[in-house]
Design a protein around this ligand. Structure first.
Ligand code: GLC
Length: 422
């Protein structure tokens, strides 16, 4: 079949028919919230426009499991997946297997946030195009805060006090499933995101600093983890130790929690026609670790990358450029509150009307705290694995924070060989 986008001119037909066979591209997408459905519709639109085919490969919701699957496919140099949705913390882990999109992007990457482009540039190669950005947010029940005379909490202590009060009052009134605060406590990447927010909010650093020094073994980080541990079984169900994003959203959206930590995608679903909490949700920055702490949101987000082993790298790159374009990013923001990576879209009236928090919390998105992925490169997953285990041990009461952090410090220093991560 001819390739309509490149074979319009009759004179070029012979050449086109030789070089531009229609291809079937396999695209892997995560399935958190509405991701899969949106990925399918945008890839499908490109396929119809260009006369190619796309097949969507679904992957586990849990990012840690998704990474394991990708590493398996890529280390086998398999062409089973042409386009990969990759997490903001994976470029350093996967760069060796990804194509350089720089020459094909032809400068279009300049419209995206500089930080995201820098994050996706490894040894001078643009290994992925930014698709959406994320930052951890505090979702709250506006109606319940009003009903119980509470303000949006500024510190974690205030959050705990409000959550305790509302949870008790609601339960006494017969709402016996009510919890104060839900978040992501399972031992996986999502817990590293939550725990980094706690630690950074107490000014306890970012686990490994930008020079490669392991900084996590400090009293502020210990206070942060111990503070979170005090929520388990009081304002948060014990089951939170096994929650990912979707489990916490399930509880909050069903109307069974006052506060929730989650990514922006939870907004559009919570405001959906069938959502019991539609019209009752507020969004704010996550609390500070005390009066001299700071508001900290972990930087998340995803990009699209092309496998080096793809049989159709050029077409795959064209698909990636389409899916990360302003047009598709706008559709995704309107339909499912995925934050664009193109700065100009934050001034788009349709987008900010559908997602007021995108404009209100713009600074939160642009100043989000990065996980130490760039500095630790190919070792990031090991670093994060140790960090989430230390956090999980503290939350579950298996260890006290100072001991867990001392052990973590030892492990990270072994991996980091005194700051020489690469
Ligand atoms: C979201 C974020 C990603 C993060 C993951 C953790 O998908 O975009 O950056 O690693 O959640 O669960």
């Amino acid at each position: 079949m001819l390739h309509p986008s490149r074979c319009g001119a009759a004179a070029a037909l012979v050449l086109c028919s030789l070089t531009a066979e229609a291809a079937s591209l396999k695209v892997s997408c995560s399935g958190l919230g509405q991701e899969l459905e949106l990925c399918r519709s945008a890839a499908g639109a490109w396929a119809r426009k260009t006369g190619n085919e796309v097949e969507i490969v679904s992957t586990p919701n849990d990012g840690t499991e998704r990474l394991a699957l990708y590493q398996q496919v890529l280390s086998a140099r398999s062409d089973k997946i042409d386009v990969f949705q990759i997490d903001v913390v994976w470029p350093g882990l996967l760069a060796a297997h990804l194509a350089d999109l720089g020459p094909l992007a032809k400068g279009t990457q300049k419209a995206h946030f500089d930080g995201m482009v820098a994050n996706n540039t490894v040894d001078g190669k643009l290994v992925a195009m930014p698709w959406f950005t994320n930052a951890g947010l505090l979702f709250y029940r506006r109606d319940l805060l009003e009903k119980h005379g509470q303000k949006v909490p500024v510190t974690w202590d205030e959050l705990k006090a409000s959550a305790t009060k509302i949870q008790a009052a609601e339960r006494a009134a017969g709402n016996d499933k009510m919890w104060g605060y839900v978040w992501q406590g399972r031992a996986y990447e999502g817990l590293s995101c939550n725990a980094l927010e706690w630690v950074a909010s107490f000014n306890g650093g970012t686990v490994v600093d930008s020079s490669g020094k392991v900084t996590v073994n400090n009293p502020k980080a210990a206070t942060a983890l111990q503070t979170a541990a005090s929520w388990v079984g009081t304002i948060s169900p014990k089951a939170v130790l096994n929650y990912g994003e979707e489990e916490s959203r399930g509880v909050f959206q069903a109307g069974h929690a006052v506060f929730m930590r989650n990514w922006p995608y939870a907004w559009s679903l919570g405001q959906g026609a069938d959502s019991p909490v539609k019209g009752k949700i507020g969004v704010a920055v996550l609390p500070k670790g005390g009066a001299d702490g700071r508001h900290a949101a972990t930087l998340g987000g995803e990009s699209l990358a092309v496998s080096k082993y793809s049989k159709h790298p050029q077409l795959a790159a064209e698909l990636v450029l389409y899916m990360t374009s302003a047009e598709v990013q706008k559709q995704r923001a309107l339909k499912a509150s995925y934050n664009p990576t193109i700065g100009a879209l934050y001034k788009d009236a349709d987008i900010t009307a559908a997602n007021p928090f995108m404009a209100d919390l713009y600074e939160t998105f642009t100043n989000a705290v990065a996980r130490p992925a760039t500095v630790t490169g190919a070792r990031y997953n090991q670093v994060s694995n140790e960090f989430w285990n230390a956090a999980h041990d503290t939350l579950s009461g298996r260890a006290q924070a100072p001991a867990a952090l001392k052990k973590l410090d030892g492990a990270l220093n072994r991996f980091g060989r005194g700051g020489r991560w690469k």
